[in-house]
Design a protein around this ligand. Structure first.
Ligand SMILES: [Zn+2]
Length: 326
């Protein structure tokens, strides 16, 4: 594989949630292993290597995710041992470390050692929304790629190029709020699109002045029950997430979704036009919702998200904390 002679051994994909980092990581792994790339270097998506990468089922692709909100040294040692073996079938042995900031200090030290002594055709991709929690020594050894939000028109053009109906394109552009990962998810699944619409309308109902505390606590209860029963299918690396409870993943996704909308509400409130103003219900509710209340709700949602990410706080308790601020 002469064209990959100078390929770095390590990458850091950084940026907020749902900007498509995990999707790009998988496409990248496909592109360095596919033997039938087109002349733009894009993977064919059909060969056995592309297909097994898509299904996350191949011994040459290793995926590490946190167990109990931590990536431990044992996981990294295991990864290093497997990376030191020759690829079974692919050109490269690849590893994706998702939520890499959750590596504890020992795990980071072990990873640093692996990066210092790279072996043969290996590529390690770290994905994180909190790069400052990854040690400087690691960061200085790998190639950083920053992910940001896309403009409304870029998302829209992409969706139109996929042949989606115009009405659906408008809706997905609105909901995805510049996050290509969300736009791709929603364009592939009507179920997910329906769920996102419900998320937005639930949030509007909850923050509207008419909803009392009893109603909001009822909603907190039902959200946390939904998280318990519905299976988690939102994340690209879902097969690897079994160790983490579905409930906490769902709870976090709910809070992350709310934060996106709440920030849009804030922009709308200060008169910066955003995509969300297409929803008349939003405008009506926001007219009666004071600016400082939205700020308070954002702060409460951010602390709840922090608690559910870093501790074992359950999602119902976290939601109830937010409901008290509303
Ligand atoms: Zn292929």
């Amino acid at each position: 594989m002469a064209q990959f002679h100078n390929l770095p051994h390590g990458f850091l994909f950084l940026g907020q949630e749902k900007l498509g980092k995990a999707k790009v990581a998988l496409e990248f792994v496909k592109s360095i292993n596919c033997a039938n790339k087109n002349n733009q270097g894009q993977p064919c998506q059909n060969c056995s290597s592309c297909q097994s990468i898509e299904r996350l089922m191949h011994p040459d692709l290793l995926i590490i995710r946190p167990k109990n909100k931590e990536i431990q040294i044992g996981q990294i040692r295991d990864l290093s041992r497997k990376l030191s073996l020759r690829p079974f079938q692919f050109f490269f042995k690849s590893a994706i470390i998702d939520d890499a900031h959750l590596m504890n200090a020992d795990a980071q030290a072990a990873l640093l050692k692996t990066l210092e002594e790279p072996s043969g055709n290996t590529v390690i991709i770290l994905i994180t929304g909190n790069p400052d929690m990854v040690s400087l020594a690691i960061r200085s050894r790998i190639q950083k790629i920053r992910f940001g939000r896309l403009g409304r028109s870029a998302i829209k053009d992409y969706l139109l190029s996929q042949g989606l109906a115009k009405e659906k394109v408008e809706l997905i552009t609105l909901i995805s709020a510049g996050r290509p990962g969300v736009a791709i998810d929603l364009s592939a699944s009507q179920d997910k699109l329906d769920r996102e619409e419900r998320l937005l309308s639930d949030l509007i109902k909850i923050i509207s002045a008419d909803s009392g505390l009893t109603y909001r606590f009822e909603r907190a209860k039902s959200f946390s029950q939904q998280s318990k029963t519905s299976h988690q299918d939102n994340a690209i690396l879902e097969e690897q997430q079994k160790e983490e409870s579905d409930q906490s993943v769902q709870g976090r996704q709910l809070l992350e979704g709310w934060l996106v909308y709440l920030r849009e509400f804030l922009l709308l409130k200060i008169g910066v036009g955003t995509s969300i103003n297409l929803y008349p219900d939003v405008i009506k509710t926001l007219e009666r919702c004071p600016f400082d209340k939205i700020i308070k709700i954002i702060q409460a949602t951010q602390s709840a998200l922090f608690l559910t990410t870093t501790t074992n706080t359950n999602s119902r308790l976290a939601l109830e904390m937010i409901m008290l601020e509303m």
